[in-house]
Design a protein around this ligand. Structure first.
Ligand code: 4FV
Length: 278
């Protein structure tokens, strides 16, 4: 079971976590989500959680006292606890990070709002992470994105029929095209190969389409791909279909199948030759 503890001024924003897969995961006690409204820890009579920036500047900043008090008041962690600060200055969140966090016992998310945080709040965080190079009005949506990406990696959350293994990015390749019924939609056919039942050829087609899509859409991912021996012939075909792919050939030239060494056999004239030579 993994626990998500969210420090936020707007717990009601997290209603989407009470739907579908994440709702079932909580009912199945595979995931627990709890909220702490750090306004409850505000010390000023007006319960202020934000204030103007020293040195001037626009907007308001979150004050350290309520957030420090809220973190210090958290119950003893069940398992390893990791405190995460969401901000545009953080490391960009990727599938690798989701996999890493799915091994933790508890993730505590500190959701910012307004202009940002008093710098001293960063002291509380084990990690600072961003969901992308754009600015949100608050950290809540970022926390929900991360909770969703991590929760679905917890065993049992994605029912039997779904596995996170084949996901885009989990094998650092984009997912291959997928189709379901009808086989013909307004004249748009499902590729024959997928109707063939020939699993090895389907597996090869899917690998080829994942590689093709990644080369064309996310060439920045190619250097992280672990190429397999069976990729060599697929990549040779892709080069014939997209010559620009040849630029990456060095990444898999080591996979070039060595020419089969012809076994010296009695009826092989060549060997005969050598035999005679002695
Ligand atoms: C953000 C992001 C983000 C910045 C000021 C909330 C806002 C306010 N968080 N990834 N991008 N946060 O824009 O995580 O605190």
């Amino acid at each position: 079971m993994i626990q998500f503890t969210v420090l936020t001024l707007f717990p009601e924003m997290f209603a989407p976590l009470q739907e579908s897969i994440l709702k079932r995961a909580q009912e199945a006690k595979l995931v627990k989500v709890q909220f702490v409204n750090f306004r409850d820890y505000a010390i000023s009579k007006h319960k202020n959680v934000d204030d103007i920036p020293y040195g001037g500047g626009v907007g308001m900043l979150l004050k350290p006292e309520p957030i420090f008090a809220a973190i210090r008041d958290l119950p003893k962690p069940c398992g390893r606890r990791k405190v995460i600060l969401m901000s545009p200055q953080g490391e960009v969140f990727r599938q690798e990070k989701a996999k890493e966090w799915a091994e933790e016992g508890e993730l505590v998310f500190i959701c910012g709002h307004y202009e940002g945080f008093d710098e001293r709040i960063r002291e509380l965080a084990d990690e600072e992470v961003s969901i992308g190079d754009y600015v949100l009005t608050g950290g809540e949506l970022a926390a929900m994105v991360m909770i969703d990406a991590v929760a679905r990696l917890v065993p049992g959350v994605l029912g039997e029929d779904a596995s996170a293994e084949e996901d885009s990015h989990s094998i650092s390749l984009l997912e291959y095209p997928q189709y379901t019924r009808p086989a013909d939609f307004e004249g748009r056919q499902v590729p024959e190969i997928l109707l063939s039942g020939h699993h090895a050829l389907i597996k090869r087609w899917r690998r080829k389409e994942s590689l093709r899509r990644t080369f064309s859409r996310r060439p920045d991912l190619i250097n992280a791909v672990t190429f397999r021996p069976e990729d060599y012939s697929i990549l040779e075909e892709l080069i014939l279909e997209h010559e620009e792919i040849a630029a990456w050939q060095d990444l898999w030239k080591h996979l070039c199948p060595r020419p089969k060494r012809r076994r010296k056999s009695s009826h092989n004239p060549a060997s005969k030759l050598s035999e005679d030579s002695h």
